[in-house]
Design a binder for this molecule. Structure first.
Ligand SMILES: [Zn+2]
Ligand SMILES: [Zn+2]
Length: 290
């Protein structure tokens, strides 16, 4: 990222956080605002980023019907974490170099770096334009995703205008600024806390951890050691107590005929990578591709 882009990102993030502080004004608070926040954060952060950007587009752990994939990718673009091509390329590079040289947000450089600083400070590991095309050729091949790369800010402006017309400034503050702050930190905690805090079930070459409270905040993404062990898996919570709400979505969409090609690790794969002192909670019924 060049200096102008980094400054733009840093300034934008600061302004979004400052804008969210307006939620503390009593005049801009009501129950309907909180309901709007929940619905908007669910659509953009959970369906958009967690399900579509991460499990569908980055890792191809499940396939959605194409119109639904595009709809959820549009939601993800509204989370303002980068367009799908950029997000997928950055995340694939993270997996390729996790916590080593070349990782765009390595925890080796500290919690704050992995959480947010990597986005706006000089970052030699941030993928170049060539690398972005190389890490995400499948998305780059689709005109829809190339178009979204130019539409992130205009789409956010259209959403803000629609919210203003429907609910005034309160809906803009809660539906845009508070929502962005909530979903930013939910995603960022996966990169920071879930590479530092919690337990490790599987032997991976990075410092990824399973962190229950990050998993609750991020609808299952906090089972991040499981995820680094089996990046292809649509299911991140692998033991019975590892609640993974995004996985429930995958199952529900499959039941509705809207998702298929679901991949999860077999019991043998899990046993092979587990630390010796971890009891296997594998259910034989879980061990197959759906
Ligand atoms: Zn990671
Ligand atoms: Zn991943």
């Amino acid at each position: 990222m060049n200096r102008l882009a980094r400054y733009g990102t840093g300034t934008g993030l600061a302004l979004i956080h400052i804008g969210a502080l307006a939620a503390f004004l009593p005049a801009l608070f009501s129950l309907s605002d909180v309901i709007l926040l929940a619905i908007a954060a669910y659509c953009t952060g959970v369906l958009g980023v967690t399900l579509c950007y991460h499990r569908v587009l980055t890792h191809r752990s499940v396939r959605l019907r194409k119109p639904l994939e595009y709809l959820f990718a549009l939601f993800g673009t509204l989370a303002l974490q980068g367009d799908p091509i950029r997000w997928v390329a950055v995340h694939r590079k993270h997996h390729a170099h996790a916590d080593h040289d070349g990782d765009p947000h390595s925890i080796e450089l500290g919690f704050k770096w992995a959480h947010v600083d990597w986005l706006y400070r000089q970052n030699v590991a941030y993928p170049t334009a060539d690398e972005i095309a190389r890490y995400a050729p499948d998305l780059y091949a689709e005109p829809f995703y190339r178009a979204l790369a130019f539409l992130a800010l205009p789409l956010q402006a259209v959403l803000a205008a629609a919210l203003f017309l429907a609910g005034g400034w309160a809906w803009v503050v809660w539906g845009v600024f508070v929502r962005l702050v909530v979903s930013y930190h939910s995603t960022w905690l996966v990169n920071s806390a879930a590479h530092m805090l919690g337990y490790r079930t599987y032997r991976t070459t990075d410092r990824s951890t399973n962190c229950w409270w990050v998993a609750l905040l991020s609808f299952g993404e906090g089972w991040h050691n499981n995820h680094h062990a089996f990046p292809f898996s649509a299911r991140h919570g692998l033991r019975w107590f590892e609640v993974d709400m995004t996985w429930w979505h995958v199952r529900a969409l499959a039941l509705l005929g809207l998702a298929d090609r679901i991949r999860i690790p077999t019991a043998v794969m899990r046993r092979r990578l587990a630390y010796a002192n971890v009891r296997s909670f594998a259910n034989p019924a879980d061990g197959n591709v759906y």
